[in-house]
Design a protein around this ligand. Structure first.
Ligand code: SF4
Length: 270
C-alpha cells in the first residue's frame, strides 16, 4: 500500500510556530475530565449489570447503555467491522448517539471514505477528533515520523490525548472489542470501569465472534472497509498496518515487528 499523497511532502515549519504538546503515552498519568465519578454504588451497579448482560444480545446491551447514560453516552470508531456493526445497531436504537473517529492524520483513504458511506447510509455524521498538530507539524517537531521510533508516544499524542478531550463530560463509551481478538481483550467485561479515561466502558460485542460479525455485515449489507478483502484483517493507521498471511492472528498486522499490540485505548491492565 503506497503512502497517501497528502502525507508525502511534509511542509517545514519554523519551530517557533509549532504549538506546545502535552505528551501522553500509554501508561502515563493522564488527567481525564469525564463527567462521572466512581462510587461504591456505581461499582456495584457495573458489576451487577455486567453479569446480567452476559447473556444479552448486543442490541439489548446497547439499549440498556442508551437508556442508562444518554445523552452522556458516546462511541469512538475506527470504522472496523465491529464498529460498523455497532453503528448499524445504533442507527436503529439511538441514531442521535454522538460517534467520533480519532483522525490521527495517518488513516487510510479507504477508512476515511467509510465515514462518508455512514453518512449516506445512516444519516449519521461521525465527528472527526484531531490532534492539535497536523502530521506535517508533528513530524517536523520530532525530526521525522515518530511511528518509526516511538509508536507508543505517537499513539499517545495522536489518539489517547485526543480521546481524553473527546470524552470530556461524558459518562460512558462503547467499545467494539471482542474477547476472542487477543488474550488481553479476553478480559473485557460487558460493562466495566475504564480507569484510564474515568468512564463506564460498554463492550456489546465482547461475546461475539468474528464469524457472527461478518454474517451480520453481509446479511444487512453494512458498509465495510474494502481493505479487509485484501488481507487487512485489522485496519489502523497506514504506517502501522500490514495485510496478514494465512494462519496469522487477525491483529498480527498491527505494529508488526514490534512488541506493541495495542494503541493504549483498550489495554485492560491500565
Ligand atoms: Fe502513530 Fe502508528 Fe499509533 Fe497511528 S497507529 S498513532 S501512526 S504509532
Amino acid at each position: 500500500m503506497s503512502q497517501p499523497a497528502r502525507f508525502s511532502k511534509p511542509k517545514m515549519l519554523p519551530k517557533k510556530d509549532l504549538p506546545q504538546l502535552r505528551v501522553i503515552s500509554p501508561g502515563d498519568d493522564i488527567q481525564p475530565q469525564s463527567g462521572i465519578e466512581m462510587t461504591p454504588e456505581l461499582e456495584e451497579e457495573i458489576k451487577r449489570r455486567s453479569a446480567e448482560l452476559e447473556s444479552a444480545t448486543p442490541q439489548q446491551i446497547l439499549k440498556w447503555a442508551v437508556e442508562r447514560f444518554a445523552p452522556h453516552f458516546t462511541m469512538a470508531t475506527a470504522f472496523g467491522p465491529e464498529g460498523m456493526t455497532i453503528i448499524h445497531m445504533l442507527s436503529e436504537i439511538a441514531p442521535e448517539t454522538p460517534i467520533f473517529n480519532l483522525d490521527t492524520g495517518y488513516q487510510f483513504k479507504e477508512t476515511l471514505e467509510l465515514r462518508e458511506q455512514v453518512k449516506v447510509r445512516y444519516g449519521i455524521e461521525v465527528e472527526y477528533k484531531r490532534p492539535d498538530l497536523t502530521v506535517e507539524q508533528y513530524e517536523e517537531l520530532h525530526g521525522g515520523p515518530l511511528y518509526k521510533t516511538n509508536p507508543s508516544q505517537c499513539c499517545g499524542d495522536r489518539k489517547l490525548k485526543v480521546l481524553v478531550d473527546a470524552v470530556k463530560g461524558k459518562h460512558a463509551w462503547a467499545s467494539a472489542i471482542r474477547r476472542d481478538q487477543s488474550p488481553d481483550r479476553a478480559k473485557a467485561p460487558i460493562v466495566g470501569w475504564d480507569k484510564k479515561f474515568q468512564l463506564v466502558k460498554i463492550s456489546p460485542l465482547a461475546n461475539s465472534t468474528k464469524a457472527e460479525i461478518w454474517n451480520m455485515i453481509l446479511d444487512h449489507k453494512i458498509p465495510y472497509n474494502p481493505l479487509h478483502d485484501s488481507g487487512y484483517t485489522s485496519v489502523g493507521c497506514w504506517p502501522c498496518t500490514r495485510a496478514v498471511g494465512a494462519g496469522e492472528d487477525e491483529r498480527a498486522g498491527r505494529w508488526s515487528g514490534t512488541a506493541k499490540t495495542e494503541c493504549g485505548l483498550h489495554s485492560m491492565d491500565d
